[in-house]
Design a protein around this ligand. Structure first.
Ligand SMILES: Cc1cc2nc3c(=O)[nH]c(=O)nc-3n(C[C@H](O)[C@H](O)[C@H](O)COP(=O)(O)O)c2cc1C
Length: 199
C-alpha cells in the first residue's frame, strides 16, 4: 500500500532529563518548534513524568509474543514507538551514558526486540514510511569521548526500532541549568534538526 501523501509526518520527541526546562529540554523544544514549522504532527513526552519501571528480564515479552508484562506508561509508549515515523531522544550525559529515565525506556524496548528478532515481524506499523531517529545530548565536561557511551546505546535502540540514525546535536561543556542559552548556534541547529527530520 502506498502511504497517503497528504498524511502528516509524525514525530515523537522524548525528553530524558529529570531537569525540566534544562539544557537538553531547551534544545528539544527548538527541534519541536522546527518540526511544527514544517507542519508535522508532533508529540512531546517527558520520561520523568511517566511511570516506567526498569526491565525485569522476566521474558514475559517472549511468552506473549512481544507484549511487555509490566503494566505502566511504557505500554502506550511502546505502541507510539511502533506507530510514529520519526523520533528524537534528548538526554544529558549522566556518568558517560544516558539518564536512568532514558535507559529504563530503552531497556523496556526489549519487547520490540522480541518482535523484530524472534517473531521476525516489522517493528514499524506503517508500510512505505521511512523511520528515522535523532539524538540530542549535552554534557557538563569536555572529554573527547563524552558522548560515545550514549551514542552506542541510542544507535542500538534505533536499530531495534528500525529507524535510521539520521542526526545528532551534541554539546560539551554546558552544566548550568540554562547554560545552553548562550549557545545560539546549537539552538539554531536543533530547530533545523526538527525541520530536517520531518522533511
Ligand atoms: C547524575 C549526574 C551525572 C552526570 N554525569 C556527567 C558526566 O559523566 N559527564 C559530563 O560531562 N556531565 C555529567 N553531568 C552533567 C550534565 O550532563 C549537565 O549538567 C547537563 O547540562 C544537564 O543537562 P540537562 O539540563 O538537560 O539536564 C552529570 C549530571 C548529573 C546530575
Amino acid at each position: 500500500m502506498v502511504a497517503d501523501k497528504a498524511q502528516k509526518v509524525s514525530l515523537l520527541c522524548i525528553a530524558g532529563s529529570p531537569r525540566r526546562g534544562g539544557n537538553t529540554d531547551r534544545l528539544l523544544n527548538e527541534a519541536v518548534a522546527g518540526a511544527a514549522s514544517k507542519g508535522a504532527m508532533v508529540k512531546h513526552v517527558t520520561l520523568n513524568d511517566l511511570e516506567i519501571a526498569p526491565c525485569q528480564h522476566c521474558d514475559g515479552c517472549i511468552q506473549t509474543g512481544g507484549i511487555c508484562a509490566i503494566a505502566d506508561d511504557m505500554q502506550w509508549l511502546l505502541a507510539d514507538l511502533r506507530e510514529f515515523d520519526r523520533f528524537i531522544l534528548a538526554s544529558p550525559v549522566f556518568f558517560m551514558g544516558v539518564t536512568a529515565q532514558a535507559k529504563a525506556m530503552i531497556d523496556r524496548c526489549q519487547a520490540l526486540w522480541v518482535i523484530k528478532y524472534l517473531l521476525k515481524l516489522p517493528v514499524g506499523l506503517k508500510k512505505d514510511v521511512a523511520r528515522k531517529g535523532a539524538f540530542i545530548s549535552v554534557g557538563g565536561r569536555s572529554h573527547d569521548n563524552l558522548f560515545q557511551g550514549s551514542i552506542t546505546t541510542v544507535k542500538s535502540w534505533y536499530h531495534v526500532l528500525e529507524a535510521e540514525y539520521m542526526g545528532e546535536i551534541l554539546v560539551k561543556g554546558v552544566d548550568h541549568y540554562n547554560g545552553i542559552d548562550a549557545n545560539d548556534a546549537a539552538l539554531k541547529q536543533a530547530f533545523a534538526l526538527g525541520q530536517q527530520i520531518v522533511s
